[in-house]
Design a protein around this ligand. Structure first.
Ligand code: NDP
Length: 288
C-alpha cells in the first residue's frame, strides 16, 4: 500500500492566502502594514535565494519587506547596531537575521540582541524558554510548519509515540517541545544514539531533521507511521530528504515529499509569526 503524500506546497498556499486576509484586516484596523526586516550578511548564494523568496512572499501577503544587505566583512558592532535600530523602529514587527553568519560574528550574540517580541524566527533563548514552559512567544517556523502538516493528516496527536531525529536548536529541539505540547510521547535521537532504527520502529510519528541524504529507510518504519521529512540535501540527482522516500512510501501511512513538503511551510509560518507579532504590538486581534 502506498502512503498518502502530504502536499506541503498546497497547504502552505492555503495558509498564505489566510494570512493575506488577516493582513488586510490588520491594515484596516491598525492603519499600517505589518513590517518584516530581513538582514543578510555577505553573498552566500543559498542565503540570497532564501532572502529573495522571503521578501517576495512577504510582499505578496500584503506586508512590508525591508531588506538590509551588509557586506561579508561587516563588523559585529555594526550588525548589532542595526539590530538595535530595528528593535526600536515602530514600523518593524519582525526581525530575521539570515543564518549562517560569517565566522567572525558570534551568531548567538546577534540572536540574543533581537527583541524577543520581534524574534519571528523564534531562535532567541527567551522564546526557546517560553516554548519549553508553555508561555506565548514565537515558535521556530520549520517545526511549527511540521506540526501543522501532522495535524492535517492526524485527527489527534495525543498519546502518539513520536521520534524526532536530530537535536538542533532550530529544528529538533523545538520540534520535540511542540510534540510534547501536543501530548505525544517524545523521543529525540541524535548522532550518539546507540540504535536509531530501533527507536524509529516504535514511532507513530517520525520527524527527520538530520541532514544525511535518505538515511531513514522504509524497513525502519512502523507500518502506517506518519513521516515528516525536514531534510534538504543537494545531491547529484537533485534535492532529496533525510528519508529514503522510495522505500518509505510503501510502509508509511502518510509522508512529506522533498521538495514540496516541509520546505514551503517554513516561509508561510514566518509570515504567520510576523502577522501575530504585528497584532500583539498594535493590540489588534489576528487569527493565531
Ligand atoms: P544540524 O546539522 O544542526 O543538526 C543535525 C542533527 O542530526 C544533529 O542533532 C545531529 O546529532 C543529528 N545527527 C547527525 N547524524 C546522525 C545520525 N547518524 N543519526 C542520528 N542523528 C544524527 O541540522 P538542522 O537541524 O539545521 O537541519 C537538519 C536538516 O533539515 C538539514 O537537511 C537541513 O537542510 C534541513 N532544514 C530544512 C528546513 C526547511 O525549511 N525545510 C529548515 C532547516 C533545516 P548531534 O547533535 O549529536 O550532532
Amino acid at each position: 500500500m502506498s502512503a498518502t503524500i502530504i502536499d506541503g506546497k498546497a497547504f502552505a498556499a492555503g495558509l498564505r492566502a489566510r494570512i493575506a486576509d488577516g493582513v488586510t484586516a490588520f491594515r484596516t484596523q491598525a492603519g499600517r502594514a505589518p513590517g518584516l526586516a530581513v538582514v543578510l550578511v555577505g553573498e552566500d548564494p543559498a542565503s540570497s535565494v532564501y532572502v529573495r523568496s522571503k521578501g517576495k512572499a512577504t510582499r505578496e501577503a500584503g506586508m512590508e519587506s525591508i531588506e538590509h544587505r551588509l557586506p561579508a566583512d561587516v563588523s559585529a558592532d555594526a550588525l548589532l547596531a542595526l539590530v538595535a535600530t530595528l528593535n526600536t523602529d515602530p514600523a518593524i514587527d519582525g526581525i530575521l537575521v539570515q543564518l549562517p553568519l560569517p565566522r567572525h560574528i558570534d551568531e548567538q550574540a546577534v540572536i540574543s540582541a533581537i527583541d524577543p517580541d520581534k524574534d519571528v524566527d523564534g531562535f532567541h533563548p527567551i522564546n526557546a524558554g517560553r516554548l519549553a514552559t508553555g508561555l506565548p512567544g514565537f515558535v521556530p517556523c520549520t517545526p511549527f510548519g511540521c506540526v501543522l502538516l501532522l495535524k492535517s493528516v492526524l485527527p489527534s496527536l495525543s498519546g502518539l509515540e513520536a521520534v524526532v531525529v536530530g537535536r538542533s536548536n532550530i529544528v529538533g529541539k523545538p520540534m520535540a517541545q511542540l510534540l510534547l505540547r501536543e501530548s505525544c510521547t517524545v523521543t529525540v535521537v541524535h548522532s550518539r544514539t546507540k540504535d536509531v532504527p530501533a527507536h524509529i520502529r516504535r514511532a507513530d510519528i517520525v520527524v527527520a531533521a538530520v541532514g544525511i541524504p535518505q538515511m531513514i529507510k522504509g524497513d525502519w518504519l512502523k507500518p502506517g507511521a506518519t513521516v515528516i521529512d525536514v531534510g534538504i540535501n543537494r545531491t547529484e540527482t537533485g534535492l532529496v530528504g533525510d528519508v529514503d522516500f522510495a522505500s518509505a512510501v510503501d510502509v508509511a501511512g502518510a509522508i512529506t515529499p522533498v521538495p514540496g513538503g516541509v520546505g514551503p511551510m517554513t516561509i508561510a509560518c514566518l509570515l504567520r509569526n510576523t502577522l501575530v507579532s504585528a497584532g500583539r504590538r498594535e493590540g489588534v486581534a489576528v487569527d493565531e
